[in-house]
Design a protein around this ligand. Structure first.
Ligand code: ADP
Ligand code: AMP
Length: 213
């Protein structure tokens, strides 16, 4: 099962991907998570990516394509993967096709999550992420049991530096301009499965499982 989650920042891709990981035992591959880890470690990759991420802009295609090529070759991706936050541009999608072709694989489904813009802003500005395990919460819509503490691992919750309203607005406009054309790209291949991203997290998950099964 080779899947892509496509949708604007805040649509719930990471939240749903993590639930699919638990259900199907295939990994979530998030370029955002990989880049944030590199920034935290201060590696060369992190140094290249930091400014773009803080400004809410896309990291250059060749950088993220290289990351994905390496990651998909790892053994845990053999049975499938869930791409979250990649591809984000047409050149990235074309490069992905080539990488998969070399591996004798292809995308099975592109799951799109649709959520109105004002709701995306509410979700992103209230998002809290666990420093240790990456679990996601929302201060109002999906709060942890104890404020600031991850239910799953006890790790500390933090607010991503790019989850402030100004950067969120620029990320949404980048999505409209550079990423939303991918819906058409994958429509032409007959791969798009549209999901209404509004409503309860569990109900959205049930819709996704129904499509996959
Ligand atoms: P993405 O990975 O698409 O950027 P996330 O999965 O991180 O989005 O979700 C963004 C924020 O919205 C998080 O704070 C998350 O807890 C919250 N969230 C996710 N799904 C829903 C939902 N169905 N209803 C309300 N809030 C949600
Ligand atoms: P995300 O965690 O998916 O919200 O991504 C956070 C930030 O990482 C984005 O705003 C970009 O700066 C960068 N990023 C993540 N994935 C990509 C990608 N596929 N292409 C370019 N930049 C990316």
């Amino acid at each position: 099962m080779d899947l892509i989650f496509l949708g604007p920042p805040g649509a719930g891709k990471g939240t749903q991907a993590k639930m699919l990981v638990e259900r199907y035992g295939i990994p979530q591959v998030s370029t955002g998570d990989i880049l944030r880890a590199a920034v935290a470690e201060g590696t060369d990759l992190g140094k290249k990516a930091k400014e773009y991420m803080e400004a809410g802009k896309l990291v250059p295609d060749e950088v993220v394509i290289g990351i994905i090529e390496e990651r998909l070759k790892q053994s845990d991706c053999e049975k499938g993967f869930i791409l979250d936050g990649f591809p984000r541009t047409v050149p990235q999608a074309e490069a992905l096709d080539k990488v998969l072709e070399k591996m004798g694989r292809k995308i099975d489904h592109v799951l799109t999550l649709d959520v109105p813009e004002e709701e995306l802003i509410r979700r992103l500005t209230g998002r809290r992420t666990c420093k240790k395990c990456g679990a996601m919460y929302h201060i109002i819509f999906n709060p942890p049991k104890a404020e600031g503490v991850c239910d799953k691992c006890g790790g500390e919750l933090y607010q991503r530096p790019d989850d402030n309203e100004e950067t969120v607005r620029s990320r949404l406009s980048v999505y409209e301009q550079q990423t939303s054309p991918l819906i058409d790209f994958y429509e032409k291949k007959g791969l798009v499965r549209k999901i209404d991203g509004r409503g309860e997290i569990k109900e959205i998950f049930d819709q996704i499982v129904k499509i996959l099964e």
